[in-house]
Design a protein around this ligand. Structure first.
Ligand SMILES: [Cu+2]
Length: 506
């Protein structure tokens, strides 16, 4: 489908809500940059104007994500089924919410496999009338197994995904749909799960446990339904009313005083930026998207843009409640109605008055990370946004090098095994988290207002936030041939065009 086609399709969705259309006419939106008058009606408020968002229970015991059972019965093989289908969830008391789920649950079941394993997942798409795929976010899988939009699984159809997990690939990955034009909706309706690849020899003490905390973003109408995206959502990405952890609002976790916990934090929201601090506990960063750092780094706060992950060791040395809370972060918001991001409590940890068993210390060295070295090629990707009124409504474009995504077009031809320098230039008014499929990269530089800064540590990443007005330089090497997607991970932006294809040739 061509650009105009899918922009029109997106707009048809936006404008199908008569309230949204009326609002647009009322405001006479001649100037999309300032959007006067959108004040109290913008963003998530728009869908809830008549009835207000539903309240959710808080303070239940944190649920660990249920594991996807391995049916293989032999070492070195992980074999299972994942079915995407409509289901119901109970977020608010006495109310069933229609969602999309993997194997009946959202977030989907936790997949845990080991370096060196072969993975075989039989996927069934039971979403009526919609294509889907499973994309293995961040994982080094062959291009034809990576759930690209070019390889859709039709409604009612099945396919097998198979790949090997190479040595050194231990990390915090995830899986979610990536069908053309439907990714944003299928993800916010519930399709996303964590995929943890464990190391054969893990330097982090087993006594710390290993807990996935998957953040999703829920907008719930008073009748228990999930409202469709509004035009404000299309522009900014959908931000909900409730940030959930493993499907729960502000759950509680009990730990013994003096204990340390290994936590893997996932931003699986469509578009919410999470700047986080732990009140009453000490955070140490031990890993990023693609696994462990070289050595632990103490942190007062962390930033997770959509699709990023971070691995922490948190030390609970003070009795009482320790809370994981959000801090303010301005990521650039189109129009008024910017959601209040600061001061949300996402998780409450009850630390006992009496100390628990002594825990082993975190090693000073975790693993070596080899720098990717000198690039053979450099490329420049410029992000821009365009907004214009035409006869049928608002046309929004989220572009890379002036172009919207076209499935028939190859944007970049690269060579397998060759290191490249990618310079991601954000000339837009919003932050855009940049993601590449099929590999992990190393960020080497940020530049803003002429000031160049180096990242505080060397790390493997598959998603990096590129703030408005910022340039991020990264080193990247694709080891396997085939077409790979790169895109903004605000899923509404990806859907409106901010995506391209790099064809990696052997
Ligand atoms: Cu974006």
């Amino acid at each position: 489908m061509h650009r105009r086609g899918f922009l029109a399709a997106g707009l048809a969705t936006i404008l199908s809500g008569s309230r949204a259309l009326a609002q647009m006419k009322m405001d006479g939106m001649s100037d999309m940059d300032s959007m006067p008058g959108m004040g109290g009606h913008a963003g998530h408020d728009m869908g809830a104007m008549s009835n207000g968002p539903a309240a959710l229970p808080e303070g239940e015991a944190l649920r660990e994500l249920p594991m996807l059972a391995n049916e293989a019965g032999q070492p070195g093989l992980f074999k299972a089924r994942l079915t995407a289908a409509p289901a119901t969830a109970r977020f608010a008391a006495d109310q069933d919410t229609p969602i999309l789920a993997y194997n009946g649950m959202s977030p989907g079941p936790l997949i845990e496999a080991h370096e060196g394993d072969r993975v075989e997942i039989a996927f069934a798409n039971r979403i009526e009338g919609e294509q889907s795929t499973i994309h293995w976010h961040g994982m080094p899988v062959p291009a034809d197994q990576d759930g690209n939009p070019m390889d859709p699984v039709a409604a009612g159809a099945e396919r097998a995904y198979a790949f090997e997990l190479p040595e050194g690939s231990a990390g915090s990955y995830w899986y979610h749909p990536h069908p053309h034009g439907k990714t944003a909706e299928q993800v916010y309706r519930g399709l996303a799960g964590a995929f943890v690849v464990k190391a054969k020899a893990d330097p982090v003490p087993a006594a710390y446990g290993d807990t996935v905390l998957m953040f999703t973003d829920l907008r719930l109408a008073a009748d228990g339904s999930m409202p469709d995206n509004t035009m404000i959502d299309q522009m900014n990405g959908r931000v909900g009313d409730h940030v959930l952890v493993n499907g729960q609002k502000n759950p509680r976790l009990a730990v013994a005083m003096g204990s340390k916990r290994r936590l893997r934090l996932y931003n699986a929201t469509n578009a919410r930026f999470l700047r986080l601090a732990f009140d009453g506990a000490a955070m140490t960063i031990i890993g990023t998207d693609g696994g462990l750092l070289e050595k632990p780094v103490a942190a007062e706060e962390i930033m997770l843009s959509p699709a990023e992950r971070i691995e922490l060791v948190v030390a609970f040395d003070r009795p009482g409640a320790a809370t994981l809370t959000t801090l303010d972060y301005d990521r650039g918001w189109m129009g008024a109605g910017r959601p209040a991001d600061a001061g949300l409590t996402l998780l409450t940890v009850d630390v006992s008055q009496t100390p628990g068993e002594a825990m082993p210390p975190l090693p000073e060295r975790l693993r070596p990370i080899a720098p990717l070295g000198r690039p053979a090629v450099s490329r420049r990707l410029v992000f821009t946004e365009t907004m214009a009124m035409n006869a049928t409504g608002m046309e929004m474009g989220f572009l890379i090098n002036g172009k919207a995504f076209d499935m028939e077009r190859v944007d970049i031809v690269a060579r397998a095994g060759e290191t490249e320098l990618w310079e991601i230039v954000n000339q837009a008014d919003m932050d855009h988290p940049f993601h590449v499929h099929g590999t992990q990269f190393q960020v080497i530089e940020h530049e803003r207002d002429g000031k160049v800064s180096k990242p505080p540590y060397l790390a493997w990443k598959d998603t990096v936030n590129v703030a408005r007005g910022e340039t991020v330089r990264l080193l990247l090497r694709q080891e396997r041939p085939g077409p790979r997607m790169y895109h903004c991970h605000i899923l509404e932006h990806e859907q409106l065009g901010m995506m391209g294809i790099v064809d990696v040739q052997a």
